[in-house]
Design a protein around this ligand. Structure first.
Ligand SMILES: Cc1ncc(COP(=O)(O)O)c(C=O)c1O
Length: 422
């Protein structure tokens, strides 16, 4: 991209350069020529980006795993879409919505490098996962495998299928510090029987941030004729990957998390060969049984949210997902490397680069996670979330920085943990 064109694109996305005393050329050349890993600790660049966000000053937000606040450019675009829809009202819904929905899916398919015919936009991961879990043609005695570290609402959905159809749920446990991919794959494989139909697996475990070796699990499962549904709530626009490379059957994600789409947007990917056999949650007979859109009849929809997906993709592509991934991992490593040797501190997240990115969980021996979160907030003005899950063997606070998080903010966390663990 030419320099002038590049700066214009940034300006259109609302990112203003230069700030922090550097001139535009300098930052531009850094941005163009640095690899993602070189950019990861370029504070000038990330401080510039921080200006795209309107942040509260009364606390440090290290709970960005719930959902990502929108930067101002996406928020402004979203407001414009709300106004447009309010102005055109039903005329828009009847005349333009269907075309726009296809355009959004095309845009998303391009961004995710997958096929349009394999994705739909949903309201969130919950809806996407439940479409798969409840859409399987369960018979009495069929088995599914899942982990204590999976998201509670998904485990509940399996429980409901078990009560309803007599299928059986087998729950395994993933160590917080696995020794190898093979160890994890073997845990799933050992639970497979002739009756196993489906494995649910998190791409990134939400309570610890651990990234699982999805492709290896899928390859193994397919050898046993078992399908795999991946809960990718935290992965898209956080780590750089292609769904197609995972070899999974189903993939679910929330776009309001790391892509910064307004609240209420998710994604469901269904590999073409699996569409026909999945029952929709809501009755739908206007599409062919092999058309993924049969799974997407959720009534009148908040189109402003869906239309904002394109704006969020534009913003994220400007930064680059690989750059985002490397920055988030750098931030996580920055604080975990300092606190991991403190007495009484337990990091419940693997340290290897391929096994974690921006999210990590830290516990203090003999301190309840809820007390820990309260002290972090009351005394140090750090907002986190307490995780107290005995079955999953995870007790601590989940720390989730964002791309706007500064080193100074993480220094406050490091100091807090030092004092609290002493
Ligand atoms: C792993 C995982 N799955 C599913 C969900 C549910 O996401 P949503 O509430 O957006 O449906 C979450 C939410 O944090 C999650 O972390």
């Amino acid at each position: 991209m030419q320099k002038r064109e590049f700066i214009k694109t940034l300006a259109l996305a609302g990112i203003s350069l230069p700030l922090s005393g550097k001139n535009t050329d300098e930052i531009f050349y850094k941005f163009q020529n640095y690899s993602a890993s070189q950019m990861a600790n370029d504070e000038d660049f990330w401080l510039n980006l921080r200006n795209a966000y309107k942040l509260k000053t009364d606390y440090i937000n290290l709970e960005n795993g719930y959902y990502s606040m929108m930067p101002q450019p996406i928020l402004n675009d979203y407001i414009a879409e709300i106004k447009m829809l309010n102005f055109h009202a039903s005329f828009y819904m009847r005349k333009k919505m269907i075309d726009d929905k296809i355009a959004v899916r095309k845009n998303l398919a391009q961004f995710l490098k997958c096929d349009l015919s394999e994705i739909i936009v949903t309201r969130n991961t919950t809806e996407s996962m439940n479409t798969v879990i409840s859409g399987m043609d369960w018979k009495d005695g069929d088995e599914a495998i899942m982990a204590y570290q999976d998201y509670g609402a998904m485990l509940d959905m399996f429980k409901q299928q078990s009560e309803r159809y007599g299928m059986v749920n087998k729950i395994i446990s993933i160590p917080n510090h696995p020794k190898s991919d093979d160890e994890i794959v073997a845990i799933y494989e050992n639970a497979i029987t002739k009756k196993t139909k489906l494995i649910m697996v998190c791409h990134m475990i939400n309570i610890t941030g651990q990234i699982l070796p999805i492709k290896k699990i899928c390859d193994m499962a397919h050898q046993h004729n078992v399908k795999v549904v991946v809960d990718g709530a935290h992965a898209i626009a956080h780590i750089d990957f292609k769904i197609a490379d995972l070899n999974c059957d189903f993939y679910a994600c929330s776009l309001h998390k790391w892509l910064s789409v307004p609240l209420g947007a998710g994604l469901l990917y269904v590999k073409n060969e699996n569409v026909e056999n999945l029952w929709p949650i809501n009755g739908e007979y206007s599409y062919d049984k092999k058309d993924i859109r049969k799974l997407n009849h959720t009534g009148t929809q908040p189109m402003a949210t869906e239309l904002s997906i394109a704006h969020a993709i534009k913003f994220n592509e400007l930064i680059g997902i690989k750059r985002k991934e490397e920055r988030l991992r750098f931030l996580k490593n920055y604080w975990t490397n300092q606190v991991k040797e403190f007495k009484n501190i337990e990091i419940n997240t693997p340290f290897e680069d391929e096994r974690s990115c921006g999210i990590a969980n830290v516990g203090i021996k003999k301190m309840k996670p809820s007390d820990m979160a309260q002290i972090l907030f009351d005394k140090y003005k750090i907002w986190t979330v307490a995780i107290d899950n005995e079955k999953a063997k995870v007790q601590g606070c989940r720390i989730t920085p964002s791309i706007y998080t500064t080193i100074e903010e993480l220094n406050v966390l490091v100091n807090a943990l030092k004092e609290m663990s002493a």
